[in-house]
Write a protein that binds this ligand. Structure first.
Ligand code: GDP
Ligand code: IMO
Ligand code: MG
Length: 428
């Protein structure tokens, strides 16, 4: 098998970065296909943490190709900051390839993301204010600026002039905001273009060649199923397709070229931002999960909302993404709990539901049906073989596999690369 998709099954921050880095040990190429600098993927190697936002989590392996696909909302400022920070830590950047078709995030996108979300008042989404939604809106409105436009000096100058005229009118009319300065943005972005030009290419052709050559490719999802623009808790979602189907349109790889899909499942559940979260624990249990798990956002520092594992959501992710194996992360965070709960169904108006309700009214009123499990009360961070996990932990994991209908492939017991138990030997 040579192409593997990694996708989040919950509301993000499941530990996709850790698992991508782990699998990247065997991969030739790691590709981001959607989202942008709203992602925060932490990779820990020998106790040293790397916080990645746009950079594919394969960057720590010298010689790997790290591809930013056309489906990414590409923020050149963040990318260059990440490149500088990684270079200062001795990381080789020569494998970076940026799609010439990716859409560019501009200062007005970030500004309007923040102003627009605040203007919704109590209905705000709680976005990361990275300009992701407004950037994709411009793409869909066919006025976006792509990387190929950014690196063509005259094209960029002209497109920026046209767009900024409209954006400045919107800023004044909608938000009574002062105009942004054309020359300033032009100069800033011309500087980015000069530095990024050597990395820009047609990544469709590159990936096609690599697939034909049988090279091992890992597609790194950002965000997650329940934040998907169509399948998530709309409108409390991001503006892209984190499900595995996003790979097709997000980097030009056809569906039959995908060999395996790995769904990342945090052993409990978190959510940042607004929107329904049926298993949320607004109590001491939730506080313990947040404190033991250090559940604070990588990008925004916001405290994450916490709750028990929702197996209904994971089962839904399995259907949507065709997940072959689950990688369960952060099992060690549950080490000290006397009992652990798992939601295995939703009850609404006395009836068990068979699906995830589309209506937010219904979803916010469902009653989670919980099963209770005995905790293992043991430090599992040194365990490297599945059979060495405490029996209670195995019972919990096996019930998760049963309820979701997805096989267990990996269990992660710590943030470091080596704190990983592998059950499936046919991922790559
Ligand atoms: P991502 O956005 O899905 O890549 O996840 P984040 O990086 O935002 O959040 C996951 C956090 O959990 C990071 O700080 C990881 O280093 C950490 N992590 C990943 N797997 C494990 C694990 O099995 N145990 C523990 N304790 N931490 C983990
Ligand atoms: P990773 O890849 C968790 C959430 C935001 C907000 C909503 C929309 O690290 O798992 P956006 O800025 O995308 O328009 O915000 O989506 N969100 C995330 N939550 N992890 C992420 O990424 C997220 N990216 C966006 O908090 O609720
Ligand atoms: Mg994250």
């Amino acid at each position: 098998m040579s192409t593997v998709v990694v996708t989040g099954t919950q509301w993000g921050d499941e530990g996709k970065g850790k698992i991508v880095d782990y699998l990247a040990q065997q991969a030739d190429t790691v590709v981001r296909f959607q989202g942008g600098a709203n992602a925060g993927h932490t990779v820990v190697v020998d106790g040293e943490a790397y916080k990645l936002r746009l950079m594919p989590s394969g960057i720590l392996f010298k010689g790997s190709h790290c591809v930013v696909g056309n489906g990414v909302a590409f923020d050149p400022k963040v990318m260059l900051q990440e490149m500088d920070s990684l270079a200062s830590r001795g990381i080789d950047l020569s494998g970076i390839r940026i799609s010439n078709r990716a859409q560019v995030v501009l200062p007005y996108h970030r500004l309007m993301d923040g102003l627009g979300d605040e203007a919704r008042g109590k209905n705000k989404v709680g976005t990361t204010k990275n300009g992701i939604g407004p950037c994709y809106v411009d793409r869909d409105n066919r006025i976006g600026i792509r990387v190929c436009d950014l690196v063509e000096k005259e094209t960029f100058a002209q497109k920026l002039k046209e767009n900024l005229a409209v954006k400045n009118r919107e800023l004044a009319l909608l938000y009574d905001h002062a105009p942004l300065d054309y020359d300033e943005i032009l100069k800033e972005y011309e500087g980015y273009a000069d530095r990024l030009r050597p990395y820009v290419c047609d990544t469709i052709a590159l990936l096609d060649e690599e697939i034909k050559a049988g090279r091992k490719i890992l597609f790194e999802g950002a965000q997650a199923t329940m934040l998907d623009i169509d399948y998530g808790t709309y409108p409390y979602v991001t503006a892209s397709h984190p499900v595995s189907g996003g790979v097709g349109v997000g980097c030009g790889v056809a569906p039959q070229k995908i060999d395996k899909v790995i769904g990342i499942v945090k052993a409990y559940c978190t959510r940042v931002g607004e929107g329904p979260f049926p298993t949320e624990q607004l109590n001491e249990t939730g506080n313990r999960l947040r404190e033991i798990g250090h559940e604070y956002g990588v990008v925004t520092g916001r405290p994450r909302r916490t709750g028990w594992l929702d197996a209904c959501v994971v089962r839904y992710a399995g259907i949507l993404s065709g997940i072959d194996y689950m990688a369960v992360t952060r099992l060690d965070i549950l080490d000290d709990f006397d009992t652990i709960q798992m939601c295995t169904g939703y009850r609404y108006q006395g009836k068990l539901l068979n699906e995830i309700p589309a209506s937010l009214k219904v979803l916010s009123e469902v009653e989670p049906v919980y099963e209770t499990f005995a905790g293992w009360k043991t430090d599992i961070t040194k365990v490297r073989k599945y059979e060495d996990l405490p029996k209670e932990a195995r019972v919990y994991l096996e019930r998760m596999a049963e309820v979701t209908g997805i096989r267990l492939g990996i269990v992660s017991v710590g943030p470091n690369r080596d704190e990983t138990i592998v059950l499936a030997n046919d991922i790559f």
